[in-house]
Write a protein that binds this ligand. Structure first.
Ligand SMILES: C[S@@+](CC[C@H](N)C(=O)[O-])C[C@H]1O[C@@H](n2cnc3c(N)ncnc32)[C@H](O)[C@@H]1O
Length: 280
């Protein structure tokens, strides 16, 4: 972006504001407080691969062609994920959070921004191995319906299993990873017993309201796409959704540190960003 003149940059920023306003007004998705660098990168990438001459031309298409909007939605919501992503995070959940969860008779879990579900099945496996699965209700949400459809099926390409298995082992897995899925020619399907306490549902962290009172929220690799103001808003949503003494688990890339909500929590693991909401 550095080789663009100030004038071009200013024009592009105006066009981005207009396109985001148009998306919000027409489709109700609010990207106006996503990180500007992320939005700009994704929209300019889409523009470069299209026949449009400008973002303004693209805006016209967004307004008049809902299927084109779906493409833009995909561009703006990065859906990359994997099972036991950053295995040490799951190891920390297993060793530091699970023993505390074991003191509860019933546990509500919220995975916010769960994408295609790999994170949800990963934690479900940890809960199962720690003897907690039968006392949990897991809500797994994302604002993108198409990724939720994949998540509900729990079917993934077989060529990812080697990497998933290695992650599982590094995350302190106690069994053989193959115990949890059935393989066919080019895909694997995760076990029905992992799905039975999971509800996948649409929820937009920007525009939807507080969730049922939950004991633990896992939200990773989502807030990095939001600006500081929006991060604060979502942290407030999380604080209002968590019971006192509940756990907020963000992973190494995000932090509560600079948020106005930071004072509501004790830090349990500063690297993996595991927090416990204070009892007040
Ligand atoms: C990079 S993925 C992260 C998936 C998983 N949490 C992980 O760490 O592997 C980010 C997800 O956040 C979702 N997302 C982005 N903005 C959202 C919003 N406003 N509300 C709910 N989900 C959102 C995207 O659709 C995407 O599936």
């Amino acid at each position: 972006m550095n080789n663009l003149t100030d004038d071009t940059n200013q024009t592009i920023n105006i066009e981005i504001d207009l396109i985001l306003d148009a998306i919000f007004q027409k489709y109700g998705y609010d990207f106006r407080n996503y990180s500007r660098a992320h939005v700009k990168r994704r929209l300019l990438h889409r523009l470069a691969g299209s026949h449009f001459k400008s973002l303004s031309q693209m805006q016209h298409e967004v307004l008049y062609d809902p299927s084109f909007f779906q493409e833009i939605l995909k561009d703006l919501s990065i859906n990359v994920t994997e099972m036991f992503r950053d295995p040490k995070f799951y190891l920390a959940l297993r060793t530091e959070i699970i023993p505390l969860l074991k003191t509860y008779p019933f546990i509500k879990v919220w995975h916010a921004g769960c994408s295609t579900g790999e994170e949800v099945y990963s934690f479900a496996i940890v809960l199962k191995e720690e003897g907690l699965y039968d006392r949990v209700q897991i809500y797994a949400t994302d604002f993108n319906r198409s990724v939720l459809d994949i998540a509900k099926k729990g079917i993934y390409p077989i060529n990812r299993i080697k990497e998933f298995t290695a992650n599982y082992q590094q995350a302190g897995g106690k069994q053989s990873f193959s115990d949890y899925y059935m393989a066919d020619y080019n895909s694997v399907i995760f076990d029905q017993s992992l799905k039975k306490n999971i509800v996948f549902a649409e929820h937009n962290l920007v525009t939807d309201s507080v969730f049922a009172e939950v004991n633990i929220i896992i939200c990773r690799n989502v807030l990095i796409y939001f600006n500081r103001e929006l991060q604060n808003k979502v942290f407030t949503l999380f604080s209002e959704s968590l019971i006192n003494g509940g756990f907020l688990c963000l992973g190494s890339k995000e932090t509560l540190q600079f948020s106005q909500n930071a004072g509501l929590y004790d830090v349990l693991n500063a690297y993996e960003k595991l927090y416990k909401k204070r009892i007040i």
